[in-house]
Design a protein around this ligand. Sequence first.
Ligand code: CUA
Length: 389
Amino acid sequence: MKAAHHPAGRDRDVIEGTSEIVQWPNCLTLFILRICSALQDHREKLIRGALLLLVETLPRTVGAQGADQVRAVQNIFHPLSKPAELINDTARLTLLICLIIFLVVGGLLLYSVVRFRRKSDDDDTSEPSQVYGSNAIELAWTIPPILIVIVLVLITARTVGEISNPQFSKDVVQLRVIGHRFWWELQYPDYGVTAANEIHVPVSYLPSTPRPIQMTLDSADVAHGFWVPELNGKLWVVPNHRNMMWIQPSVLGTYLGNCTVLCGDQHANMLIRVIVEPPEDFEKWIAGQKAPAVADPSVEDGRREFIENSCGTCHRIAGTPGADGVFGPDLTHFMSRQTLGSGVADNDDENLRSWLRDPQVLKPGCRMPNMKLDDKEVDLIFAYLKTLK
Ligand code: CUA
């Protein structure tokens, strides 16, 4: 039996995604904010203050689209977070320099082909004049390329420096991301929260009130890669070596990312969701995740089935004896998630039942085996999981 399978945030959202690309007041606001963050470095505080004032008077459309707006079209040229913006600026400048080189070289080539093409009255018996060791020409093709390379090195070094040595205020959100085959474990150590696959972070509306997210990347098994194109460049997630990354998203929305290193059967379905939400919603989410698991006596039978079928060996449900596994995602607040199986399907009734009957239908090759539950057990565990809000 083939279960209903909505690749979460893909097919359905692509239509919204293409038309969603930030509307013009957003563009204007973002553009001004970008100028402001550039001015910060030059201490041109008066202009910056005036611009920020202007931004405040603009309709507050940055973020008006809401955190549940899925940005399904992943676009490296449409960055909406600090490191991705810096990378984009560098890439565009490099491309521009390369374009100019291409036009100059191509132009000279075209000019030579046309200007010195064979003509009917050409004297074919003698050789053209032979030029050896022209200092002018040798210098012309040596010095400018060296200068261009130096400029490119300086531009790149500046960006790499800005990204790898960020000056953070105290107010950062710490996030540990741990790659597993084939899902992501998420820990917010300052809050004592453990979640999976769907990263919630607060938005930084203005550069003047930043709340960056400082992330550490670890792997529990093989090499993975973490990439959310609108937010940051991609980075390896490797065992026994911790990598660091940060993001500072400026626009609300749900951003999609991928594992970028081939890690096994379900590498392509090791999807990442980053939900960038207003700070107050983020705090609300944190409070919800910190709360103990809902203990609803009406689903006691389901809870018992969950434990008796060894689900708790791999999955943790905080405060539930026998459910303290760390091999699979923490299910304490399972129903707060939008998707199943690390983004492979929407978290709805049909998909959840299908997952319980046999996870290999929705995600063939995933580490959770078919537990061979009968219909009654599926119903009971299903009912129990639905209460884990
Ligand atoms: Cu994890 Cu590919």
